[in-house]
Write a protein that binds this ligand. Sequence first.
Ligand code: GLY
Length: 348
Amino acid sequence: MSRSHVEVQTGLLARRAAQLATRAALVLTDENVAALLPAALAERPRHVLVPGEASKSWDELGRLLRALDAGGVDRDGHLVAVGGGVVTDLGGLAASLHRRGISWSAVPTSLVGQVDAALGGKTAVNLGGGKNTVGSFHPPADVVIDPGVLATLPRRHLCAGMAEVLKTALISGPEALDAAAALEPDDFAAATPAAVAVIEACVATKSALVEQDLHDRGPRRALNLGHTFGHAFEALALAGDPADSLLHGEAVALGLLCAARLAAGLPDADRELPARLTGTLRRWGLPTSSPLTAEPLLAEMGRDKKRAGGALRLVLAPRPGRVEIEDAVPADRIRAGLEAVRKSASTS
Ligand code: GLY
């Protein structure tokens, strides 16, 4: 199945809780979200993760698969994953493996999850120091998006989601970018009509790309805008001092700026775009510079390159609504993108 039923509505989690609970052979969540589960879901058998990226691991996947097995979940069983990207990535992967694949529902409770991670069926865990190195394409049967739950998110996590919002809006076009850039964090926390409309627009843009290209061989690649750079920042931050840790969205913010600086050199590019993006990211408290130097980042991107089969591919958006994919990008161009972000440290 490549198409999920996706619904966006404030208050939806409470309204759908009983129906989800009836289907759920197991509820997957994390310790933060467990406290917020509606009673009907809280009463179902559940597997609770320690919050954070470290739970997106091979070991945790094994524990979850054993829980599904021990719970007697058969091929008709259904998993309900309620949480951020870690919960839905891990839950989706377990659902794709248990008894060779069971159905599942995604209930994303983070902004990153609502506009990106829970949509489109990419599932994964991290292995060998890289991000999302083991995974599958296994779209959820349905995605239940309740913008009302964003009020419970820590502000840093809420703001990190704005990077994915901006990415999707950039892919979509100038109107989408204007609407997204006009929002403040409180708009999402209060689920204002403008914020809900932006979430719906992101869902529509991503769903259209996934429908054309579930397996990420063509148009869906646009959604990797900022991610080739971003994954390198994220992987190095994960391996480094916890005080310098980066949330996924924060790493994507840096990646978007690297890509924007490179795209600004393309013919017919919107030369104001990097400064505009920088201004919006700063307003949201997102990083616009990094102390990481180009060489280790380049080496990390090289690891991804080997995984992708040799060539380093970049997605660039020279202007809102125009996405170009460059194959076999030479290292000195990548370095230029990385250095541009690093240089911006002196001006921030
Ligand atoms: N997060 C990018 C994608 O789902 O393709």
